[in-house]
Design a protein around this ligand. Structure first.
Ligand code: HEM
Length: 334
């Protein structure tokens, strides 16, 4: 490295003054920090990304190599969920009030949709990317754990819509009931019921023990802060904005139809028709979006579209999204 040019020298002096002001402002000796800089080594990729820790987190329970695919893909999903939650959290922040600016909606919901497109498109890793025989064998060693217990997925739902929209087939006329009571009817609780005994599975009981209190806190926090609620409070102009409506409708379809269908297709490949879900659940009745009928933004869909949610409407959207390249053209087995 040669001598500094005059321009570089002037820039350096500018930085030195700025740094001096910064450390002065927090009562620190600027010169000591400069000396530290001379001795410090640069940041290394592996220290910053924590690649050793990250790559040490895939710990199988069996000797089947495909179990590593199963664990790693779940972890990838968790990381995407984290990014999605960050966007929803920033948009709904009551202090910064980002939600008052329509450009923030474009940016944040656009990013959420992008993450979901990747999630939908990559589900093939679970469907055709694992050997069904190996899957069936190692799955038994993982009981009673299930992706059903992925709490980040529930956080995303709570951040996106009112609890009333998460009541599934039991919705309607529940507005006056306490949040705690409504929570008992949240749609996914029916996905953790043993089809023979009608009792809660261990998978659900353990999830409730670990997360019920936390989820109640989330429900209270997001009651007047979720995306659906904040959208309803936007001014008339913004509410009619075509680009925003399209983004929110895409979000609804991507999560509540396409992700769920991609997941259902993977489940259908690996769990034979007569097979029960974790702890004896009736997953064929629970997983299809047409039975769940979960819609985050109810005012953005016509009655016809809502009626068809999970039926023709879904299949139409399914085809559209294959055309858009969000999903691979898989045969939908139901
Ligand atoms: C071959 C792979 C997979 C199979 C066979 C499978 C199977 C199932 C089944 C049967 C259920 C119903 C509840 C139960 O009986 O456990 C379920 C629910 C669920 N799984 Fe998976 N799953 C797979 C991959 C994944 C992945 C990669 C994720 C990502 C985190 C995931 C997340 C979920 C979620 C969030 C639910 C609840 C869905 C809802 O409430 O609509 N699953 N899964």
């Amino acid at each position: 490295m040669g001598k500094l040019t005059e321009e570089e020298l002037n820039k350096s002096i500018e930085y030195l003054h700025a740094l001096n002001d910064k450390y002065d402002g927090i009562g620190q000796d600027f010169l000591q920090y400069m000396e530290g800089l001379v001795h410090s080594t640069g940041l290394k990729y592996w220290d910053y990304i924590h690649s050793d820790s990250l790559l040490g987190l895939q710990i199988p329970r069996t000797d089947y190599p495909d179990e590593i695919i199963f664990i790693t893909y779940h972890q990838i999903c968790e990381l995407y969920f984290k990014l999605i939650k960050q966007e929803l959290n920033l948009l709904t922040n009551l202090e910064t009030k980002e939600f008052l600016d329509i450009n923030s909606w474009y940016k944040r919901i656009g990013r959420v949709n992008n993450y979901f497109k990747h999630l939908c498109n990559s589900f093939d890793i679970m469907k055709s990317g694992m050997d069904p025989r190996e899957f069936r064998a190692f799955r038994m060693a993982l009981l009673p754990a299930s992706g059903f217990q992925a709490v980040a997925f529930r956080h995303i739902e709570i951040m996106s819509t009112n609890l009333n929209n998460l009541l599934g087939t039991e919705k309607g006329g529940q507005q006056e009931v306490l949040l705690e009571e409504m929570y008992q009817h949240i749609y996914w609780k029916s996905g953790g019921i043993d089809m023979r005994s009608g009792k809660k599975t261990l998978t659900l009981l353990e999830f409730e023990k670990k997360y019920d209190k936390e989820l109640m806190r989330w429900l209270r926090k997001y009651k007047f802060r979720n995306i659906n609620f904040l959208y309803s409070r936007l001014d008339k102009e913004a509410k009619k904005d075509k680009k925003l409506i399209a983004l929110l409708r895409d979000f609804d379809v991507l999560l509540n139809v396409h992700w769920k269908l991609s997941h259902l297709m993977a489940s259908s490949r690996h769990l034979p028709k007569d097979d029960q879900g974790t702890g004896g659940t009736n997953w064929r009745k629970f997983l299809p979006p047409k039975f769940q009928k979960i819609i985050f933004f109810e005012t953005l869909w016509t009655d016809e579209e809502k009626k068809d949610w999970g039926k023709a409407g879904v299949l139409k959207a399914f085809k559209e999204n294959i055309e858009k390249g969000w999903m691979k053209p898989n045969k939908f087995e139901e």
